[in-house]
Ligand binder design. Structure first.
Ligand code: UFG
Length: 342
């Protein structure tokens, strides 16, 4: 496409951020990363250079809470827009450390917006989450963007609050424009096997946990409840390949830059898969049936949710291209190739 604008990518060394870095560079953008490496490895930068065939990735090491650093980044670069990932994202942890979540996710966003305003950069793509829909009534499925918002954790609260701050800032002045992207369940990895999700502890989320069972590091998957009101009794989610999600960010940014009009869109496939379906698909990817045990329901889990993906299609031209089998195959490829030496 040949865009030459410079984009600031906060949290660009993280799981979704790193995949979006590659997609932005492939779309012709010049990208600068700001990351404090609290949940990412420095080796990601070498991998990104390898993937995008550039000599060096430009990265400022530090936090979005550091106003002086933010000012320096905007002074030293002519930035056209920001894609903002840097945030805390563990639902369970947020109930134990709400202050840390309010600080990084809300204060961090405010500091970033203040630094942007000072240099008149007013376009930002924001990472939100389907968790803002809370525990949706079954008749609301598939979830449209105008479904009621409700939080079940401090994490979800920070995302609702951030979305609402952005809405009011956008209303204050026509030059602000925000692309708010509500992710469903991002999984999978880059087909090269060079970047992927790399949780250091025992994973909370389904696919990283299954990948450790497949790798023989954990004995079996605990299926959290098989008595939900779903066809096989296990929880249903809308899994989206991280590369499709990354493409959605490029489309959102393209639209912001082209129209200066904001948008709030779901990024999901529109299709739900149960825990047992995901486990079976991963078994196909790694070539053996993976063991599971039925465990009690996990507190705070909901039976089912999946996206109505039509607004993203209409506004951004977004559609997912990768199947559940693709998600599992790319995850397994990452586990057996890239993740080990990262
Ligand atoms: N599950 C298991 N066993 C596990 C882990 C998960 O059975 O070991 C089940 C859950 O009960 C649920 C499904 O797998 O039914 C998916 O669970 P995840 O933890 O992978 O994902 P969640 O839908 O709970 O939440 C995720 C992210 C949130 C994000 C949300 C957006 O953790 O940060 O998706 O939809 F906000």
């Amino acid at each position: 496409m040949g865009q030459s604008e410079t984009i600031l990518l906060t949290g660009g060394a993280g799981y979704i951020g790193s995949h979006t870095y590659v997609a932005l560079v492939e779309a012709g953008y010049r990208v600068i990363i700001l990351d404090d490496f609290s949940n990412a490895k420095r080796s990601v930068l070498t991998r990104l250079a390898q993937l995008t065939r550039v000599n060096e990735v430009t990265c400022y090491e530090g936090s979005v809470l550091d106003g002086a650093l933010l000012r320096r980044v905007f002074e030293e670069n002519e930035i056209a827009a920001v894609v903002h990932f840097a945030a805390r994202k563990a639902v369970g942890e947020s109930s134990e450390k709400p202050l840390a979540y309010f600080e990084t996710n809300c204060s961090g966003l405010l500091k970033l917006l203040a630094a942007m305003e000072a240099v008149d950069v007013r376009r930002l793509v924001f990472s939100s989450t389907a968790t803002v829909y809370g525990d949706p009534a079954p008749e609301l499925l598939p979830l449209k963007e105008d479904a009621p918002l409700n939080y079940m954790s401090p994490y979800a609260f920070t995302k609702i609050m951030s979305e609402q701050m952005l809405e009011q800032i956008a209303a204050s002045h026509a030059s602000w424009a925000f692309g708010v992207l509500r992710y469903f369940n991002p999984v999978g990895a880059h087909p090269s096997g060079l970047i992927g999700e790399d949780p250091s502890d025992i994973p909370n989320n389904l696919m990283p946990y299954i990948s450790k069972v497949a790798a023989g590091e954990l004995p079996h998957l605990n299926v959290f409840g098989n008595d939900y009101d779903t066809p096989d009794g296990t929880g249903i989610r809308d899994y989206i390949h991280v590369s499709d999600l990354a493409a959605g960010h490029v489309m959102s940014l393209n639209r912001l830059l082209a129209t200066n009009e904001g948008h709030v869109v779901n990024l999901g496939s529109g299709q739900g898969h149960s825990v047992l379906e995901v486990l079976a698909a991963y078994g196909r990817a790694c070539g053996r049936e993976l063991p599971h045990e039925i465990a009690p329901r996990r507190a705070g889990d909901v039976a089912a949710y999946y996206a109505d993906a039509s607004r993203a299609a209409a506004l951004l031209g977004f559609e997912t291209r990768r199947s559940l089998d693709d998600m599992c195959a790319s995850s397994w490829n990452w586990i057996v190739t890239g993740a080990k030496e990262a």
